[in-house]
Design a protein around this ligand. Structure first.
Ligand code: CA2
Length: 153
């Protein structure tokens, strides 16, 4: 088959997890469940692969490093699935960085942030997101990848 536009592999999906999510499954299982970050990445890899996408995954506790990861992904990814964790509620800089790659963004929160403290009800990331998935536990990452695959078709 000739190497046409339609036969090319799509660019990978970038999965980003923000601060403290490296401790997922270790503390507060009543809020975040008992799955670990490795379980999240495994689920995301399986979902992406089922849909014909590769996955690049990163977690960082350093805001500047997260912003550099996003800048460096420009022109190399189909879309971004991000759980910005605490930066959701604080970071204009992260929201600004997320528009740089010019790809769809899906925002994921494991817990239902709207059932929690008022400061978790506002997100700087939501205005730059194509969609938001909240309160489905780690299955939210799977749903976000499925939606991203639909969006980048
Ligand atoms: O529900 C989510 O996914 C959050 O993004 C998680 C953030 C929180 O600040 C957001 O409001 C909602 C916290 C991530 C910290 O991860 C932990 C994991 C295990 C135990 C404690 C914290």
């Amino acid at each position: 088959m000739p190497d046409t536009e339609t036969s090319r592999e799509p660019l990978p999906i970038l999965l980003l997890n923000g601060p403290n999510l490296n401790t997922l499954g270790v503390r507060q299982p009543e809020v975040y469940g008992s799955a670990t970050l490795a379980d999240v990445v495994d689920l995301a890899e399986r979902t992406a692969s089922e849909l014909g996408f590769g996955l690049r995954a990163a977690q960082t506790n350093h805001e500047g490093e997260m912003i550099d990861l996003i800048h460096d992904a420009r022109k190399q990814i189909s879309g971004i699935v991000i759980n910005p964790a605490g930066w959701t509620h604080t970071s204009v800089a992260l929201a600004d960085a997320l528009v740089v790659p010019e790809v769809p963004i899906m925002e994921v929160h494991i817990s239902n942030v709207h059932k929690r403290e008022a400061f978790r009800h506002h997100s700087y990331v939501s205005p730059v997101a194509a969609g938001i998935i909240v309160g489905y536990g780690i299955r939210g990452y799977e749903f976000a990848i499925r939606r991203l695959a639909e969006l980048v078709g």
